[in-house]
Design a protein. Sequence first.
Length: 97
Amino acid sequence: MLSGCASLVSGISSRMANDLADAILNSSDVDTVREGVPAYLLLIDSFLRSSPEDVDLLVAAARLNGSYSTFADDDRAKLLSQKSLDYAIRAVCITNS
């Protein structure tokens, strides 16, 4: 039963992360996105702690970190871009394993 619950929570987390990424990436309110995204990056990171091999979460995290890097200063943009790449590589490796 516990594995069923974990699977359900993982599915909900993945859907939420993808819906969140879509809403943020399609928002016309750039200021709200700039101010709000850091909290969502932390939220998706917390989902990944529970489901580190969830490809959908990894892809959502990669998309958001990469997109948010365009709003950041140079040093932070490098960190966010690297984090985005790391998540994307993990997703590809899991998909191809």
